[in-house]
Design a protein around this ligand. Sequence first.
Ligand SMILES: CC(C)(COP(=O)(O)OP(=O)(O)OC[C@H]1O[C@@H](n2cnc3c(N)ncnc32)[C@H](O)[C@@H]1OP(=O)(O)O)[C@@H](O)C(=O)NCCC(=O)NCCS
Length: 337
Amino acid sequence: MIAVDPLSEDAEQRQLFSDWLDVETTSQRDVFGPDHSAWSADEVRGRRRGSTHQFTDRAAVGEGGRVVGMLSVAEPLHDNHELALVKLSVLPTARRRGVGRLLLAEAESVVRAHGRALVQASTEGSRTGVDGPGDAFAASQGYEPAQTMLRSVMPLPADRHKLESYADGDGVEDAAAFAVEASWDGVPEAWLDDLAVLEQRMSTDAPMGDLALEEEDWDAERVRSELQWALDAGRRLVVVVARDLSVDRLVGFTQVQVSQDSPEVAYQQDTLVLTEARGNGLGLRMKARAALELMDELPGVAGVRTWNADDNTHMLAVNADLGYEPGAYLREWQKRL
Ligand SMILES: CC(C)(COP(=O)(O)OP(=O)(O)OC[C@H]1O[C@@H](n2cnc3c(N)ncnc32)[C@H](O)[C@@H]1OP(=O)(O)O)[C@@H](O)C(=O)NCCC(=O)NCCS
């Protein structure tokens, strides 16, 4: 097992980092083919430069010095001080030889050494109802399934007329009480405080299944740096908000990002409408506006990919209206050490 430093400029470390990342990409391709969601090297490095988590990265090396397994432990620094998020993959050709077990034991020992006690990890499969390669492994290592997310895709371009009607809130009583606004590749300073409130509420108000997560701690600076690292890593991004015109405050937001390494796919990030503003069709209005923004600004995007809790009936209904179709799944597992 060797320590990996994604930010090192040393030639040997750079090669190690590339091989380490390749294990994850190969693993993702094994399940999803070209529709995988693995991050690029620039994105991983960008994330490491961000300050919200502390990372520990390890590579498992097999015969001939070949990297056969990758591990990454992310520990939130601002909140959730008991929690560690573990990612691990083993090359399909090196599985069922105990490498995964070794990597997970290493992860748990890092977590313990850092005084943390709650480990969460995720597994993915290309079809709901058919387990992917990680589920039996996670269960065999004492992890409990805590939440299942459905991965859906909205094909683009979509019916512009229909999207415009949704975005305008046609047929919604009180639609004129709210404005839906969009901002590309960064947000106005004046949005930051309201977005911090929305992000913090996202951490408590979105369905979480059995995941033991605490409220996150957000401020304007954290909102700014979360957008900045993605921009620095070459992503394009659009934030769409809903403004309550009676009090001039943002009461909802959604965000979509597009990686420069996969310009044909947009990734839907968080979406939230404050509890007190729900029932005004704002989720649909904002997501429709985001889809229109993508069609105009990035016409090469062929679809928006999103993950939603399988019990989030409201969001799933909004997505169905927009043309999202579920296919794959992501399952969150957790274990208390
Ligand atoms: C999950 C993964 C890391 C396991 O790696 P691995 O090196 O094959 O795992 P191990 O050989 O250490 O397996 C340990 C035990 O897990 C269980 N297990 C692992 N894969 C299994 C499978 N496909 N079917 C049933 N049981 C499995 C077995 O009990 C196994 O012990 P055994 O081989 O003595 O029967 C690998 O399949 C992978 O990279 N999957 C894709 C990424 C992923 O899902 N990561 C999240 C993991 S929480």
